[in-house]
Design a protein around this ligand. Sequence first.
Ligand code: SER
Length: 318
Amino acid sequence: MKNILVIGATGQIGSELTMELRKRYGNDNVVAGYISGAEPKGELKESGPAEIVDVTDASNIENVVKKYQIDTIYNLAALLSVVAEAKPLLAWKIGIDGLWNVLEVAREHKCAVFTPSSIGSFGANTPHVKTPQDTIQRPQTIYGISKVTTELLSDYYYTKYGVDTRSVRFPGIISNITPPGGGTTDYAVDIYYAAVKGQTFICPIAQGTLMDMMYMPDALNAAINLMEADPEKLVHRNAFNITAMSFDPEIIYHSILRHYPDFKMIYDVDPLKQRIANSWPDSLDDSCARKEWGWKPEYDLERMTKDMIDKLSIRLKK
Ligand code: SER
């Protein structure tokens, strides 16, 4: 990776991935691609190049790839699971029509491509405990359908055209800089903001609903380390199961209680979010990622909770 384009650079993952890539590969070598209305701000804006990159516009992507001689594209443009249910056509247009554009430009200009998949690529009839790498994927959400298609199309471009596509199935990503928008796992971010602000948390997911989760620094390492991995060792490509922890609302609530003993949580279950959460795994088996490219998370729940609270306490008091 020498010249990198991040598409969706102002989103939850993109805003932190762009900064991490700039730290590792040089500020000038990482272009922040954003859409009009989601302009980069602050450090993200000041630290390196930025360009409008609309994933639904192939010539726009191609012009930026040519201008900066891009060799690696992180394609993070997507609608999350809940918002995608409200706008299925738009979710497909961004997730799949957009992916075709990225893959075609990558084929022409010999770029490697990372397009994340998700725990959302699994469905109700997938084995839920220790979900294997290769298993049933029959999701019923448009988000899940577009993620399975992303995996298949990315593999297709690798086998048919030799485009170096690689991906992971991200679990819920917990972070404290840019909030996620419209996902099923967002509650696990929102709960920390409520705790630090001294508010009662209204939980939209029912007690006992287990989902895989991960702290942002591990997610960034996963995305970068996979793209740096020795291709000879990769048996799989699109996409690897990865996880760092699995919890339900009670477990994360109790980890926060240790820091804020008066923190209160009440349940007001959102039927759509709950239906989606019920269809996703309780816990993933990520042994293929560990074996093929050395995946290993650094943060467990306790360590993440401490770091989230430390960081948010500083930021929210400013
Ligand atoms: N975090 C995503 C969502 O909840 C799952 O990949 O939609």
